[in-house]
Design a protein around this ligand. Structure first.
Ligand SMILES: [Zn+2]
Length: 293
């Protein structure tokens, strides 16, 4: 599973939609919220049935094989790695999920409580069901034997205590790309995407187009502090529901109301200047030209 947006298997129809409309993907705070809120429902529960409504949602094996391997397994724990959600299973294997553009997981007893676009359903032995709702149909689920198959290709977790300013400086070293593009590269750091990168760079007062290699130590420290502040704020607000992201309860997160620049084109910055939208390496980017240098 590639993280790169270029690997989203974009069809002619979805290209038209992307031109018309900017997509907002779940990022670290959203997936962390899903993990936290799903855990009490699934921990220790056995998966008694699996219903795949869209075959291509399952990767690496046929839907039939996937069902055969997953039905009867007990969920021991949930983990988040970057933007991946991983169910640890009692046979030592793992059920991995990536929400991509528009996936969300709903825990309900009945399908009547979930809006349409359901792509997969896992039935648990407590009578609850987990519904993968995904209007754009890019979300993916698959089974892995070793969680390293996911973590090996990801950079460090930005909220881990091992992630220090020195680690960030090391990760940015020699990178000529714009800092915005480097921050959202999952190989450099895991979990940061388009909207939180914009918020982090606003908080750090750094122009998103600056080459990562041009940043001095003091500027890197500001970005580091912003990462350690902005991402926990997103988790505390249960994520940002700008578009299709919902919590397992079906409720929305509220971090979008705290955004200073992300998705706020033509709004006024605290400095009195206008927030502008530019495109950095193909990604819509919001920033304040007055505050960010
Ligand atoms: Zn400003």
């Amino acid at each position: 599973m590639q993280e790169n947006p270029a690997d989203l298997e974009i069809t002619a129809t979805s290209i038209n939609r992307i031109i018309l409309k900017e997509y907002v993907m779940p990022e670290l705070p959203e997936v962390e919220t899903i993990k936290n809120e799903l855990l009490p429902h699934v921990k220790g529960r056995r998966i008694i049935d699996v219903d795949i409504r869209r075959d291509s949602t399952v990767r690496g094996m046929t839907p039939e094989e996937f069902k055969r391997c997953l039905i009867g397994r007990r969920v021991e724990d949930l983990e988040r790695h970057g933007k991946y959600l991983v169910f640890d299973l009692d046979n030592g294997g793992h059920l991995a999920m990536h929400m991509k553009l528009s996936g969300s997981l709903w825990v309900k007893k009945s399908e009547d409580e979930v809006p349409n676009y359901i792509k997969a359903v896992l039935a648990l032995d407590n009578g609850e069901k987990i519904f993968l709702r995904d209007p754009r149909a890019f979300a993916r689920i698959w089974l892995v034997n070793d969680v390293c198959e996911i973590t090996d290709k990801l950079g460090p977790e930005p909220l881990a205590k091992e992630f220090t300013a020195d680690v960030l400086a090391e990760r940015l070293k020699g990178k000529g790309a714009p800092i915005k593009s480097v921050l959202i590269d999952q190989v450099v750091i895991a979990g940061i995407g388009n909207m939180y990168a914009d918020e982090i760079l606003y908080a750090a007062k750094i122009d998103p187009r600056r080459a990562a290699v041009s940043l001095n130590r003091e500027e890197i420290e500001r970005i580091y502090q912003a990462i350690k502040t902005i991402l926990p704020q997103g988790i505390a607000s249960k994520g940002a529901s700008v578009q299709d992201y919902f919590r397992p309860s079906g409720e929305e997160g509220s971090q979008q109301f705290n955004f200073k620049v992300a998705h706020r084109k033509k709004a006024t910055c605290a400095c009195g200047g206008p927030i502008e939208r530019i495109v950095v390496r193909g990604r819509g980017t919001y920033y304040c030209p007055n505050c960010q240098k």
